[in-house]
Design a protein around this ligand. Structure first.
Ligand code: BV8
Ligand code: ZN
Length: 246
């Protein structure tokens, strides 16, 4: 055991000096970084709701078919996430942002825990569960009601509201997508934390950054489709590993 910990701390020391010599840092996170806060991951054992997979409910088709069912699912997730708080990994990324002038956090998570932890330059590439959008006038607003009224309506025009998230089959929000491409295009140190690398187009981001010359470090409990292009894959819990970079 002593050997393994020594070997790990040596690797972390090397990575920290690599990080210190880097200018444009990007962190890309997935559900795994929020697991230790109690947020169920998508592919983890309790990633299902009433036997539905996310891919079944998080689609425009299922919202058209049954907006009530989809809102019940988002309400369940909001009630689950609301009392939870950020963990040491979220906090460490917020502190790294304070240390590095060019630090961008790209998250697939809609739980809002990165912002709760104090991260500022956060690109919520798949949206936020704490925002709603009107299906008629497209007005976007923050909403922290728990529980939220099932089938909530727009205060501006009375239209049906939907969660302001990216559903399967929907494109990424152009503004956020552009900022993401810009950050990845100049990135020289990329941390990929707690993502299974299955959902596209985000799963291709590490490949793009590596092709542009970034040094890629992955933190996950297990190897993923991203591991082959990572310079370093550190197997462990994000809450234990990420703070070591501080
Ligand atoms: C689109 C918001 C087209 C909603 C989400 C190419 C190939 C194959 C398929 C496709 C392709 N291109 C497009 C597709 C289809 C689809 C897709 O990728 N399907 C997958 C399932 C194969 N993609 C889309 O539909 C995308 N849109 O392509 O539009 C288009 C283009 C132009 C014009 C019109 C249309 C949109 C995808 C976005 C969907 N929305 N979320 C909501 O949340 O309700 S995706 C959602 O699932 C999350 O945001 C996240 O992205 C994904 C879950 O992945 P992870 O976050 O990685 O979580 P997961 O549970 O999988 O893994 C957790 C990991 O953490 C594991 O590796 C585990 O080991 C690790 N871990 C666990 N605990 C810890 C840990 N690690 C460290 N510490 C721990 N403690
Ligand atoms: Zn409206």
């Amino acid at each position: 055991m002593k050997g393994i910990m020594e070997e790990l701390s040596q690797r972390i020391e090397q990575l920290k000096s690599k990080l210190r010599d880097s200018r444009y840092i990007v962190a890309l996170t997935g559900a795994g970084i929020s697991a230790e806060s109690g947020v169920p991951t998508f592919r983890g054992e309790n990633g299902l709701w009433k036997q539905y997979r996310a891919e079944d409910l998080a689609t425009p088709e299922s919202f058209t078919r049954s907006p009530k069912l989809v809102w019940e699912w988002y309400n369940w997730r909001r009630q689950l996430i609301a009392p939870l708080t950020y963990n040491a990994a979220h906090r460490a990324l917020a502190e790294l942002e304070e240390k590095f002038p060019h630090f961008t956090l790209i998250t697939q998570n809609v739980d809002g825990l990165h912002k709760k932890a104090g991260s500022k330059n956060v690109l919520e590439i798949h949206g936020s569960i704490w925002k709603v959008r009107c299906t008629a006038c497209n007005h976007i607003s923050e909403n922290y009601e728990v529980p939220i009224k099932i089938l909530p309506h727009c205060k501006m025009c009375g239209g049906l509201l939907r969660p302001h998230v990216v559903w399967f089959g929907e494109p990424l929000p152009p503004d956020v997508s552009e900022e993401t491409q810009r950050a990845l295009g100049v990135c020289d140190f990329l941390m990929v934390i707690g993502t299974s690398g299955v959902v596209h187009p985000v799963a291709s981001f590490p490949y793009y950054a590596r092709a542009k010359g970034a040094f890629v470090v992955e933190v996950n409990l297990e190897r993923t489709p991203i591991s082959p292009i990572a310079h370093e894959t550190i197997l462990g819990k994000a809450g234990e590993i990420v703070p070591l970079f501080l």
